[in-house]
Ligand binder design. Structure first.
Ligand SMILES: CC(C)(COP(=O)(O)OP(=O)(O)OC[C@H]1O[C@@H](n2cnc3c(N)ncnc32)[C@H](O)[C@@H]1OP(=O)(O)O)[C@@H](O)C(=O)NCCC(=O)NCCS
Length: 162
């Protein structure tokens, strides 16, 4: 069972914060290998149309080889309730895999994960962060707008390598 993360938004830094009302602790920190199973479970819940466990584990392995400090998890009462991944390619930062457990949403955890990733990118000298959202994912667009992101006039293109 997922922890109850309380009824009001928590304010926190990149380390550990305690909610004075509930006693809940919320921590944003870099991913550790012991988090893997819970992260895979979270992604299966948050991205149900994406590839399954193996693909998630491959993604974790690849991220751990490149800027692993920009793979963050949100922890409540010792459990992973959120993730955010980012990378800086020298020109732009990119944000991926932002996800919060359904039971922990609308408590400010997603916004704090993004702020923490932004701090990490800025510390590397990154001037701007980009992200992609599926066109039909309107609630996520509302989330990003609420935390200061704007829709930009671009056509998103991609190509699989190998
Ligand atoms: C997007 C997501 C990470 C947001 O996490 P969260 O912890 O619930 O977000 P927050 O509580 O920090 O929300 C901050 C603000 O964003 C806005 N917001 C968040 N979720 C929203 C929703 N579903 N609809 C409209 N606005 C929303 C609100 O303004 C909210 O503030 P409020 O609760 O005071 O009204 C979460 O909904 C999620 O995991 N979604 C599924 C995975 C996904 O699609 N990720 C994005 C991939 S690009």
């Amino acid at each position: 069972m997922m922890p109850d993360v309380g009824r009001r938004h928590v304010q926190l830094s990149r380390c550990t914060n305690v909610d004075e009302d509930t006693g809940m602790t919320l921590q944003i920190r870099a991913f550790r290998d012991g988090d893997r199973a819970e992260v895979v479970e979270l992604w299966a819940e948050a991205f149900p149309d994406e590839p399954g466990h193996n693909a998630s584990s491959d993604m974790i392995d690849r991220k751990l080889r490149v800027q692993p400090e920009l793979f963050l998890v949100a922890i409540v009462d010792g459990r992973v309730v959120g993730t955010a991944m980012a990378g800086f390619d020298g020109v732009r930062g990119w944000l991926h895999r932002l996800a919060v457990r359904v039971s922990a949403r609308r408590r400010g955890i997603g916004a704090q994960l993004v702020r923490s990733v932004e701090d990490g990118l800025a510390a590397l000298g990154c001037p701007k962060v980009n992200l992609q959202v599926r066109a039909e994912n309107t609630s996520v667009v509302a989330f990003y707008r609420a935390i200061g992101y704007a829709i930009e006039g671009r056509v998103s293109m991609g190509k699989h390598l190998g």
